[in-house]
Design a protein around this ligand. Structure first.
Ligand SMILES: Cc1cc2nc3c(=O)[nH]c(=O)nc-3n(C[C@H](O)[C@H](O)[C@H](O)COP(=O)(O)O)c2cc1C
Length: 371
């Protein structure tokens, strides 16, 4: 019997019918380029088209808020209302015309939705205070049900707008990640306590999305491999969540990590990774692959072609997901495909994040200062 062919970075694969030309994913990235009301803009569409022309196999949009109460940052993309549909449809259409595939990330910031943007008190799984005072109040059962519905409505809108699928944001200390995490979630009802209860809201969101957008609509999720805070979600619990999602018809899982309280272990770790320590969550991914069958996207710190190639060939992940490298070089994948496989130029200095927070719109600030 011949050996099974090794997986390769430029294989054609599919996720619930969505055909992808290679195994590279643009991980969701808040661009700060939407209108103040979350509407899609030409500038945002141009950025997406640039990524599609750069032949990223799958583009995931920046996190889009499903409810006005769930907005995390200024000029973030929204999907909370029908009035946003025309702009969103323009984005999906432009990416398709450029030969790309695009999935919309559905999000809610929960405790981290600032009053200055939402005009309402932030709410999460439990009341929480931090060094700045009250962070959020506890959501009622009714709040939870309404939020689950809003994820369902967001998914239906994404489908109507022509997106190729959706990704639920359940990582990085956003609302659904807060529910998963015993660091945030101290509830005593059926949504708190053990991991079965803490993952209940996600199962309800999945069920609601399937009801509103259909079983054949590609559905993905981003979760933490672990929270990297004392008393946070552990790797063992993540594996439970992943198995449970597989049983409940999830099509693919992206593995990340960290919360706003995780210090240097936040999702976007600062500082250059050397090839030996690229892929922050490699060991968690290896465990995932032993226990979970649905395709894995691995994000975090991957910078070299050779490392990406080995991760896929060794079966540690099915997809390579990149955020900051594609801010610096939207055409990185095309470059690698052409045979110029030098390491991504990204320095992981996080100045790109500053460009978004300062309201200039996402770009690599190093480029501003380089010449
Ligand atoms: C400017 C910026 C915006 C981001 N926005 C999002 C987002 O909207 N949704 C999300 O899930 N992760 C977001 N992230 C996290 C990235 O998707 C990714 O998980 C992290 O940067 C690690 O990958 P990298 O080392 O390839 O950059 C963002 C990161 C940065 C730097």
């Amino acid at each position: 019997m011949g050996e099974r062919k090794k997986a390769g970075l430029f294989d054609t694969t599919s996720i619930n019918g969505l055909v992808l030309e290679n195994r590279f994913v643009r991980s969701a990235t808040w661009e700060g380029m939407a209108g103040d009301d979350g509407s899609c803009t030409e500038r945002l569409i141009d950025l997406m088209v640039e990524l599609a022309r750069g032949e990223v196999g799958l583009i995931i949009t920046g996190h889009a808020y499903v409810s006005k109460r769930g907005q995390a940052g200024p000029r973030q993309l929204g999907i909370y209302s029908e009035k946003l549909l025309t702009g969103l449809a323009g984005m999906a259409d432009a990416v398709h015309k450029a030969g790309g595939r695009v999935v919309l990330q559905l999000a809610h910031a929960g405790c981290h939705a600032p009053y200055s943007l939402t005009g309402s008190e932030a709410a999460g799984p439990s009341r929480m205070e931090d060094e700045n005072g009250l962070l959020c109040r506890e959501m009622s059962i009714r709040d939870i049900q309404e939020t689950v519905d809003m994820f369902g409505e967001g998914a239906a809108r994404a489908r109507k707008a022509g997106f190729d699928g959706i990704q639920i944001h359940a990582a990085h200390g956003y609302l659904l990640s807060q529910f998963l995490s015993p660091f945030y979630n101290k509830r005593g009802d059926k949504y708190g306590g053990d991991i079965v209860n803490r993952s209940r809201i996600i199962l309800e969101v999945v069920e609601r999305i399937r009801a509103s957008a259909g079983r054949n609509y590609p559905l993905m999720i981003k979760i933490n491999s672990e929270d990297f805070v004392d008393g946070g979600l552990s790797q063992e619990e993540m594996l439970y969540v992943a198995r449970m999602l597989e049983k409940n018809g999830m099509d693919s899982i992206e593995l990340s990590g960290g919360t706003p309280y995780s210090g240097r272990y936040r999702a976007f770790r600062k500082g250059r990774t050397e090839s030996g320590d690229e892929a922050y969550y490699k060991s968690a991914a290896a465990k995932y692959k032993q226990e979970v069958g649905i395709p894995l996207m691995l994000v975090g710190g991957i910078r070299s072609f050779q490392v990406a190639e080995a991760l896929v060939e060794e079966g540690i992940t099915d997809y390579i997901s990149l955020c900051r490298p594609l801010i610096r070089e939207p055409r990185l994948i095309l470059r690698w495909k052409s045979g110029y496989t030098a390491r991504a130029a990204c320095l992981s200095d996080n100045l790109c994040l500053r460009s978004v927070i300062d309201g200039q719109g996402l770009h690599c600030l190093w480029e501003d200062t380089a010449c």
